[in-house]
Design a protein around this ligand. Sequence first.
Ligand code: ADP
Length: 180
Amino acid sequence: MDRHTSPIIAVYPGSFDPITNGHVDIIKRASGIFDKIIIAVAEALHKNTLFTLKERMDFVKEAVRDFENVEVKPLQGKLLVDFCKEEGASIIVRGLRAVSDFEYEFKLAWINRRLHGNIETVFLIPSEEYAYLAASLVKEIATLGGKVDGLVPPVVAEALYRKKEEIKRKGTGDAHEQSL
Ligand code: ADP
């Protein structure tokens, strides 16, 4: 492959349950660095997600519709590295927030390198205002009747207010349950 002529395609994977402005910040940064970004929305069966895969994909599509080099695809029933190979991607993008993300993200990057040595994981750091923002936190705020405007795209804020009772029943789907 000729490094200087072939476009660099990056995959940004996640469960995006739901997409937050922190994710959007990372997407914006990545879209300025790489030629094409594919957002891989994971089925995440183990996570008991609040939103269905289709809902999560629709929110992401709406949030990124102004970015010309960003596509949104489902990641279902296959390894991320195999998805990357199929899409011709050589980079996996992940976002790093506070120190708490490090261990999990290093483990993921390590295992993906073991599975496919030619795909590099690149970490991007969000703007300071999103450094502590997590989808689980946003879900908890919405459950308790707080405002999530400014933390998530408007389409997500509306959906969260609508789903308030359901979030109460299901929890935030996060292992490190927050408490506000
Ligand atoms: P996963 O289910 O794989 O943890 P998430 O949808 O929670 O996926 O997040 C996808 C990626 O985006 C992860 O690398 C996560 O660390 C990153 N991320 C999530 N929220 C933020 C944020 N506020 N700022 C920067 N990166 C973030």
